[in-house]
Design a protein around this ligand. Structure first.
Ligand code: ADP
Ligand code: MG
Length: 625
């Protein structure tokens, strides 16, 4: 991605080039012609003022406001001090390089902002809405829920909705990082922020712009910098102490030794003042203060390019430490799209059993309910349904045609004292009982996601110690899935509250625990875990809200990728901390001893800043799979 300099940056660049060449020229001339004293000083003051007048001006303003620890003020003092001790070229160079560092920093921040804005280039700028038969181009936030919008090939989908006319292929890569386009036909959902590739479609909107997927994601990414990581807070605190300490050190260094050695010699004074100036130049913690948020920003941006949304730097930190991953089964490791395999009625006909179950489930959005409704290929008359009650983790109690029916698992049958029996087939069994009178069961099966096995393998490969599956489904099904995938622990037949209890137990023995769910009835566990990861967020509100990390597509294999991205980001952050502090400490020591001069000090300030920023830019890069 190309970055264009702003006008301010261009102006600065020109000042740096002019001052830099002048400085070089003057250095040459003064040496050749052996110019010394006041003329040399005046000559060097020219490039110094050209490149540093704004620093001097701000420094002047700040001293009036008593901000003595402001970096520009410190730079001004350091350079003026260097002039006073006769180090004219050094003084000019410090100012010059200081400005180079500032310019570099502003370019780096701008570039990474822009590249994230580019990644997040999903904000639609208009919508074509059909009102009274007329096509009207409006801003997306002027479209209300339930209106019909028209999307041409090549346009971004502005709002979430359902296709009511036409079919097309859609590129979701801006949201999911997945480059494979997907076919969509009438009746399919479309998600705002994705790209309509081939066909003209009419869509009925299902939310307003402010509630649409694209708005939520943008909001999430924009707010992510507010949640600071622990290291970030530490550095902020550290910076607050570092600068005053170094400045006090500088003052002591300039004043105390000459008092003891030779109070009357200007030579002695100027030697120690020179050493103190080295302190002032490295007193700025900007390398850390700038590069660390930049690293997190880059890491979060890079991850979002993969369809992994991390809600803050603090979560980046936790992600990097995960040693236990707990999965929900349905919808997370399995597709959550059950297919009815068999219907075994006990007393009634196959059709009647399916009919009753379908009516009972007709308002439920549970994957089990959807499968039963899908299997029923006639009209479902919802008016036949009376009072309904969903019993989480068990099933449903519903009044159909005035009679009370129970549809659910074996536990539910036990609860109501039905004379039920198990089924010999493999799968999730949904039993139906009219009061306590058993009517039979429906066998449904769910498919394991194609990348679930790799997902578990990848986690093991990157050193995650324990993988666990929790499910409300029955033991036989759970054990089968667990075995195929190679999970370490399987807990089945759990109610939603049991899942929380299990996670709490696991929390006791694990370092950092992640819970991965699909957002359907697992919000309590998502919040209880150290870090909640929700997947399949394309269009699911619950997931985006309650999780700390959101995987836009349905792929559990993105978890390992998220952990690796987080680890790399943390590594970069620590590299910068150790490098910057190490170099500064070294220069302070050498400076005090009189070994490091102004030139090394400039490196300790600007050089470290530039290297730290360059290093933090690596966080933005894509990891290979
Ligand atoms: P999971 O932990 O796999 O996400 P749930 O806790 O949502 O599963 O449900 C656990 C079990 O409860 C299901 O496997 C099913 O047997 C039963 N169940 C839940 N909701 C319903 C429903 N609406 N209709 C029938 N059975 C249901
Ligand atoms: Mg579930």
């Amino acid at each position: 991605m190309k970055y264009r300099l702003t006008r301010k940056q261009k102006k600065m660049l020109i000042r740096i080039i002019v001052a830099g060449s002048l400085c070089g020229l003057i250095a040459l001339i003064t040496r050749l012609l052996e110019i010394e004293g006041i003329i040399k000083l005046l000559l060097f003051l020219i490039p110094y003022v050209i490149v540093g007048y704004d620093v001097l001006r701000t420094a002047g303003k700040n001293i009036i406001h008593g901000q003595v620890f402001d970096e520009r003020f410190l730079m001004a003092i350091a350079t003026i001090g260097a002039f006073a001790t006769g180090e004219y070229p050094e003084a000019t160079a410090v100012m010059l390089f200081y400005q180079v560092g500032e310019l570099f920093q502003s370019i780096a921040v701008g570039r990474s902002r822009k590249s994230i804005a580019g990644l997040m280039d999903i904000r639609p700028d208009h919508a074509v809405v059909i009102r009274d038969g007329q096509e009207l181009e409006v801003s997306p936030d002027e479209v209300s829920k339930g209106e019909i919008i028209l999307i041409r090939p090549g346009e971004k989908i502005p709002l979430d909705g359902v296709i009511i006319e036409g079919n097309t292929t859609i590129n979701t890569s801006a949201l999911t990082g997945e480059s494979m386009p997907c076919d969509s036909v009438e009746g399919d959902k479309v998600i705002s922020g994705t790209l309509n590739l081939t066909g003209l479609i009419k869509v009925r909107t299902e939310s307003e712009f402010a509630q649409s997927t694209v708005s939520r994601i943008l909001e999430l990414v924009e707010n992510s910098s507010e949640k600071k990581a622990k290291v970030e807070n530490f550095i902020t605190k550290f910076a607050r102490w570092y600068t005053p300490c170094v400045v006090i050190g500088a003052v002591l260094l300039a004043v105390v030794p000459p008092l003891f050695i030779d109070i009357s010699s200007w030579e002695e004074w100027s030697k120690w003042i020179g050493r103190a100036l080295v302190f002032l130049v490295v007193s700025c913690p900007c390398a850390l203060v700038v590069s660390i948020p930049l690293s997190f920003f880059g890491g979060i941006g890079g991850a979002s390019r993969e369809g992994i949304l991390i809600k803050g730097a603090n979560y980046m930190e936790s992600l990097s430490k995960i040693d236990t991953v707990v999965f929900d089964k349905t919808g997370t490791l399995t597709k959550g799209k059950f297919i009815v395999d068999d219907i075994h009625p006990s007393q009634v006909s196959v059709d009647l059993l399916l009919d009753i179950a379908s009516v009972a489930e007709s308002y439920s959005s549970h994957p089990v309910a959807e499968s039963i409704i899908n299997a029923h290929n006639g009209h479902i008359d919802k008016n036949r349904l009376g009072k309904v009650e969903e019993i989480a983790g068990r099933g449903i109690k519903a009044e159909v045609d005035g009679e009370v029916y129970y549809v659910g698992n074996g536990k539910l049958m036990e609860d109501i004292g039905s004379d039920w029996h198990e089924c010999h087939l493999q799968g999730t069994i949904i039993h139906i009982s009219k009061g306590a009178e058993y009517l039979g069961h429906i066998v449904i099966n769910d498919e394991i996601k194609s990348d679930s096995k790799d997902a578990i393998g990848d986690l093991k490969a990157i050193g995650v110690k324990k993988t666990v599956m929790l499910t409300g489904d029955k033991k036989a099904v759970a054990d089968h899935v667990g075995e195929v995938l190679g999970l370490d622990e399987i807990h089945s037949e759990l109610l939603p509250a049991d899942k929380v209890a299990r996670v709490e137990e696991l929390l006791k023995t694990s370092g950092t625990l992640a819970f991965v769910g699909d957002g359907i009835n697992d919000a309590p566990v998502l919040t209880r875990a150290d870090i909640g990861i929700a997947m399949g967020a394309m269009g699911s509100d619950a997931a985006i809200e309650s999780a700390d990390v959101v995987l836009m597509d349905d792929k559990p294999s993105k978890i390992a990728l998220a952990i690796r991205t987080a680890r790399r980001t943390m590594r970069i952050v620590w590299e910068n901390i150790i490098f910057a502090l190490g170099v500064k400490a070294l220069i302070l020591i050498l400076g005090a001893l009189g070994i490091a001069g102004m030139w090394l000090a400039v490196f300790g300030d600007v050089g470290v800043l530039v290297i730290a920023i360059l290093n933090s830019m690596r966080a933005l890069r894509r990891l290979d799979r």
